[in-house]
Ligand binder design. Sequence first.
Ligand SMILES: Cc1cc2nc3c(=O)[nH]c(=O)nc-3n(C[C@H](O)[C@H](O)[C@H](O)COP(=O)(O)OP(=O)(O)OC[C@H]3O[C@@H](n4cnc5c(N)ncnc54)[C@H](O)[C@@H]3O)c2cc1C
Ligand code: SF4
Length: 550
Amino acid sequence: MNTPELPAREAMEFDVVIVGAGPAGLAAAIRLKQVAPDTSVVVVEKGSEVGAHVLSGAVIDPIGIDSLIPEWRSEDTPIKTGVTEDRFYVLGESGALRLPLALMPPLMSNHGNFIVSLGDVCRYLARKAEALGVEIYPGFAAAELLFENNAVAGIATGDMGLAKDGHHKAGFARGMELRGKYTFLAEGARGSLSKVLIERFGLRADREPEKFGIGLKELWQVAPDRHRGGLVQHTLGWPLGNRTGGGSFVYHFDDNLVAVGFVVHLNYHNPYLSPFEEFQRFKTHPLVRDTFTGAKRICYGARAISEGGWQSVPKLAFPGGALIGCAAGFVNLPRIKGSHNAMLSGMLAAEHAAAALAQGRANDELSSYDNAWRSSPIGRDLWRVRNSKPLWSKFGTAAGIALGALDMWTNTLGFSLFGTLKHGKPDFATLDPAAKCRPIAYQKPDGKLTFDRLSSVYISNTNHEEDQPVHLLVRDAALQKSSEHDVYAGPSARYCPAGVYEWVEEAGQPRFVINAQNCVHCKTCDIKDPNQNITWVPPEGGGGPNYPNM
Ligand SMILES: Cc1cc2nc3c(=O)[nH]c(=O)nc-3n(C[C@H](O)[C@H](O)[C@H](O)COP(=O)(O)OP(=O)(O)OC[C@H]3O[C@@H](n4cnc5c(N)ncnc54)[C@H](O)[C@@H]3O)c2cc1C
Ligand code: SF4
């Protein structure tokens, strides 16, 4: 059908436009207003409200919030549970070996950290930002970058009310142009606009490939006698084999809440592996299963986590703006912490943008921000752990973790035996053909401790307008069949934590089905499809999960 002629978009002008109301975007907005109160700042957020799409562990290092809001400890905040106990185990199928904390480099200690819902922390930061005059628009996805003279000049939000077949439904509304002197991309891991921009400006030249994991999480309300407020517990090993990186976290916080989660590194090899099922299997281990006796699972979700660190961070500045937070990838992998660096990078970019605006500059490159991060606390945090991920990928969990710990110790003393190691292949290129791998038999869920995908997605409160263009774009359908299906046995049906992808038999032929309405916006398909044949683009604003406190 003919696409109707589109009315012009309305435009609004700001000093700084920020895409994404996560810790990075909100910290940047607050810092801009702190150092230059007259700066006009807008934040767009694709979730229906701030925090609706934020999923994290989360044990936070308070260095970020201490620098941003020094008075937070005297306020009513969602940061209530200090870490009281830190445990680390290596799991076998039925046993668990507790590692003495004295073996761990001091940087791994959680002493002084806090267990939170990062979504709730973002809601608190949003209130702070609004009180300073920041405009926040939740329910609006930044769908397009605006360019002028080859510099980013802002973003356009997506049109609302577009049907699947392209016709305009009743109530169709054109997106808005939000034009800015500087645009910050704070979309988190594998941002859709960030990906386009990194490519266009060649920001990854001379850098190692990005690396990712998929993190799955459930929030449980447990019986009071099973709750140990302040306990932080991490495991490695079972149910993953030695060649697959990842591990679990269990955090006890607030009012009988337990956050349990599992991360699988996306450079795994076996296309039959299912991160979702590995997570379910983990909960049956004797070390943890009793925690959930008499408990209620109240939320589920998943999100990619950036793992490349120091050697994978792209150039941060481009004409007209900057990448901040996990859109650039500042997670310290062995600590599984990135929210502090997300905040610190937002603040750093804000300070450099405010200085540029004060000089009357606009839409140029904030090179000084890019030059500053490696010698800032963010750089110091990532430098010491830069070899952990490459050693783990190269030598497997047992030897890789031991060598990684040794390297973190020597780095703490100021040197490394390894220099700076490379990551090797990007995650999409690590799958082995199915013919070389053994299928993995996963047990059926019991509906009490272990669950299936659909009942899990249900409690992520995911909702998308049904009649809208599919936001998961398959570039070449024939390639999906000849490679993803025929060579790799359809790994999308297993790596997607929301059951979006299925291969169904129709008239004796496999057909690729995309249940886009279930998508929890984790971005794993965009990362792991072996041919980079799937592209995630933002659906209509407000669609996706509605996490209450993840
Ligand atoms: C399972 C898991 C466990 C983790 N555990 C911890 C932990 O214990 N401690 C810790 O410190 N860190 C942890 N992290 C990492 C931490 O969550 C991230 O480092 C942090 O959230 C990054 O912040 P950000 O603001 O860059 O991105 P995000 O928190 O991802 O926020 C990005 C925001 O931008 C919005 N957005 C994206 N694209 C668009 C668009 N085009 N238009 C509009 N809005 C958009 C998203 O909806 C989201 O609200 C964990 C991560 C995962 C996945
Ligand atoms: S479709 Fe892609 S982004 Fe959506 S939940 Fe599945 S893997 Fe994640």
